[in-house]
Design a protein around this ligand. Structure first.
Ligand code: TZP
Ligand code: MG
Length: 190
């Protein structure tokens, strides 16, 4: 896991999220500390998914929560000042409800169906992404079934970035996969 993250960053990934729905807090802390030292000096922030206690214990740069987790008002109260707080949003209604005083960025998806998250909601496609991105008052990161070839459409829909699991972690060469995506994003942003 740590080696995959290291290679992804070497290829051009600009953020790493630690996400393991099965892990308990101790396991999240153990993995998080290992990731933290692997990322030291790279300038790439580590965002911990769901686990407030682990994010604090690791001194992670950020925490990401879903709609089913503790509300962002309460989470913001619990985390240190300056910690990045991300929230998952899948509808325009939820997008309009995002408070930019509390939330730093929003993850929008799933754009496409994915086997990485088996309980995901109905995919929103690039049209749904565009509607939600327009309604969100903070930067947006698209997620869900995204891979090489999608960056231009993701950015054209108004998202600021894309997050992938299988397109990097599910390949035999995570560095090359990240590099291709990074180049694609750079070219699409021109
Ligand atoms: N949230 C919405 S889709 C998803 C998460 C965590 C999984 C994305 O994984 P992949 O492999 O990039 O489709
Ligand atoms: Mg969650």
């Amino acid at each position: 896991m740590v080696e995959t993250a290291r290679l992804a960053v070497a290829g051009g990934a600009t953020v790493v999220q630690l996400r393991d729905k099965q892990a308990d807090t101790n396991a999240m802390i153990e993995c998080g500390l290992a990731l933290k030292s692997a990322l030291a000096g790279t300038g790439v922030p580590l965002i911990v998914n769901d686990d407030v206690e682990a994010a604090i214990a690791i001194s992670a740069e950020g925490l990401h929560v879903g709609q089913g987790d503790l509300g962002v008002t309460e989470v913001r109260r619990q985390i240190p000042a300056g910690m990045i707080l991300g929230l998952s949003v899948g509808t325009v209604e939820l997008a309009q409800a995002v408070d930019p005083q509390l939330v730093d960025y929003v993850g929008v998806g799933p754009v496409f169906a994915t086997r990485t998250k088996l309980d995901h909601k109905t995919p929103i496609g690039f049209d749904g992404l565009a509607r939600i991105a327009r309604a969100v008052p903070v930067p947006t990161v698209a997620i869900g079934g995204l891979k090489e070839g999608h960056a231009a459409q993701v950015l054209a829909a108004g998202a600021d970035g894309l997050a992938v699991v299988s397109a990097i972690c599910g390949t035999t060469d995570p560095q090359a996969a990240a590099r291709k995506l990074a180049i694609e994003i750079r070219e699409a942003s021109r």
